[in-house]
Design a protein around this ligand. Structure first.
Ligand SMILES: Cc1cc2nc3c(=O)[nH]c(=O)nc-3n(C[C@H](O)[C@H](O)[C@H](O)COP(=O)(O)O)c2cc1C
Length: 152
């Protein structure tokens, strides 16, 4: 039987899969996202992050995004590349932690106004959808302090 070598197979050979890293971004939205677009963004990120073992959080206050992601370096690099070329936002700040002893988050979740309504429509994703409340991240320093305090 012939072996199937997928790109993932080679990724795993090249990188040390136990190496954890984290990245934080503060970005401005290029246009205001309506509920449908927010639901799409949520489902897209949720699905990918689950698949790739990426944990962390995403805030959206209607203008700016604050984003923290952690995961195995090779997985995180791929996700970072997608996010950095995404036309829905314009990245203002980026902060990287290249070596992380442990994860701070058990899962990935998203905070925004209206998250509760979407959670009612999709009860399966309730645990990952939160109203934004007082959470804000207008610069990377604030984002990183949320990173330290908002541990799950
Ligand atoms: C602010 C912001 C945050 C995002 N966060 C994530 C994320 O955590 N994980 C992810 O896979 N995609 C995220 N995305 C979407 C990616 O930029 C990209 O569209 C997506 O990964 C492509 O997925 P696909 O190849 O399944 O279509 C984010 C996009 C924006 C604008």
């Amino acid at each position: 039987m012939q072996m199937q070598y997928t790109p993932n197979f080679f990724d795993r050979l090249v990188f040390d899969t136990d190496d954890l890293a984290a990245v934080g971004y503060v970005s401005s939205s290029t246009h205001v996202l309506d509920m449908l677009s927010l639901t799409c963004l949520f489902l897209q990120a949720y699905r990918n992050n689950k698949l790739h073992g990426i944990t962390g959080l995403l805030f959206y206050d209607g203008v700016d995004y604050g984003l923290i992601l952690e995961g195995e370096k090779w997985q995180l690099d791929r996700t970072k590349a997608s996010i950095e070329k995404d036309g829905r936002h314009c990245i203002r700040q980026k902060y990287q932690i290249n070596s992380l002893p442990d994860r701070h988050f058990d899962d990935w979740h998203m905070h925004f106004d209206g998250a509760g309504a979407i959670a009612e429509m999709f009860p399966r994703y309730q645990h990952a959808l939160h109203e934004i409340g007082e959470h804000r991240a207008t610069d990377v320093e604030q984002l990183m302090s949320l990173y330290r305090t908002d541990r799950h």
